[in-house]
Design a protein around this ligand. Structure first.
Ligand code: PLP
Length: 374
């Protein structure tokens, strides 16, 4: 495993040139993707130019890997989407919400998981807010207190972008299932580095972009829809690829595809899909649990170092809540952030906190280098 990780790390020029610990913002592009992009562009530049068959076969293989990643019932439950927001908008715009319906949202969420639903207030939908406690933990109890007979949907991030709090997805899913609530998860800060099982967790919609922890190209993501919700959502965006007989351009019939492909309405981000596939293949070969273990091991070194330096870690550190993100407060975060930047150490400054997000391609030397500059 160690040797395999070393070899994997060699695929990223960024790790040679800097100390990169900012995967919760964006991941570096690997040589694996660069090589696949060259392959894609070469194919597109030479006759027959149109590589639709190669693309469709790659797309099918990719969906089958995603199915394994999240334990979906079928590839038919997965649509390629360009970013997290697209999937969240599909559910917010595609269901018939009525005046008086209620939605549960969470304070401190990344805005992508709020605005698509806040827009529904114009229709008379009521938002019920859940506030994390002073330790940034969202308890099942606090969620339960907000549920009413009118609650139609709950949307939460798998992992909170700022605090790194990992939600108890399985328990929340159970609660939603028992109360007939549509369960929506923004997966971008957790997918690829944490185990998730959409069936076991009764998830109805799981949406993600791929450019963070999954290490895909920007503009390449996917959304999972449970079979139950899939048939209830009418796509708010329609075009030529939304229908069953899509290559018949003369017989116009609005007969929608039944699978999640109905949301892939027109020409896709073919390059992103074709090339990002190689990363998921690699991740699944390593195993998501192995990847998670490796990051948590690196983060334990980071946590100890931060505690020794007397920084206050704000990320919940209890096993159930621990993610791959570690954020901490400091007296002069701006100054420290700039000092790190000048020394080629990349982390994030978010809302007055420093956020560190190592991937499994990082090593102990990266963590120690960061600690030596704090
Ligand atoms: C929790 C969360 N959701 C969504 C996003 C991004 O949304 P999108 O993929 O739609 O750009 C981010 C960060 O950029 C995030 O941290």
């Amino acid at each position: 495993m160690e040797q395999d990780i070393l070899n994997f790390r060699k695929n990223f020029k960024a790790y040679e040139k800097c100390t990169y610990l900012n995967h919760a913002a964006i991941s570096p592009i690997s040589e694996l993707i660069i090589n696949e992009t060259n392959k894609f562009l070469n194919l597109r530049s030479m006759p027959p130019v149109d590589i639709i068959d190669e693309f469709f076969s790659r797309k099918d293989e990719f969906k089958s890997l995603i199915k394994n990643l999240i334990n979906a019932e079928s590839e038919k439950n997965i649509a390629f989407t360009t970013n997290t927001s697209e999937g969240l908008n599909i559910i917010a715009n595609g269901m018939d919400f009525k005046r008086g319906d209620r939605i549960i949202l969470f304070k401190g969420e990344f805005p992508a998981n709020l605005y698509p639903f806040l827009k529904l207030e114009k229709k008379g939908v009521i938002i019920d807010w859940v506030e994390p406690d002073k330790n940034h933990i969202i308890s099942i109890n606090d969620i339960e207190k907000k549920i009413t007979k009118k609650t139609k949907l709950l949307s939460i991030s798998f992992v909170q972008f700022l605090t790194g709090f990992k939600a108890e997805i399985k328990q929340i899913g159970k609660l939603c299932n028992e109360n007939n609530i549509i369960f929506v998860v923004d997966g971008i800060q957790g997918l690829g580095v944490n185990h998730i099982d959409v069936k076991e967790s009764f998830i109805d919609v799981l949406s993600t972009g791929g450019h963070k922890w999954l290490m895909w190209k920007m503009g390449t993501g996917f959304t999972y829809f449970s079979s139950k919700i899939l048939e209830k959502i009418y796509p708010s965006t329609l075009s030529w690829l939304s229908v069953k007989d899509s290559w018949n351009f003369s017989d116009i019939k609005l007969d929608l595809i039944e699978s999640a492909e109905k949301f892939e309405y027109a020409t896709p981000n073919a390059e992103g899909i074709f090339t990002s596939y190689v990363m998921l293949k690699e991740f699944l070969n390593f195993g998501i649990n192995q990847i998670n273990k490796r990051i948590l091991k690196l983060n334990n070194i980071l946590i100890k170092g931060l505690k020794d330096l007397k920084y206050e870690i704000i990320s919940p550190l209890k096993d159930n809540y621990k993610s791959t993100i570690i954020s901490f407060s400091c007296n002069d975060c701006d100054k420290i952030f700039n000092r790190l930047k000048q020394n080629n150490i990349h982390i994030s400054l978010r809302e007055g906190y420093l956020r560190v997000s190592p991937h499994f391609s990082n090593n102990e030397a990266d963590i120690n280098k960061l600690l030596s500059y704090l």
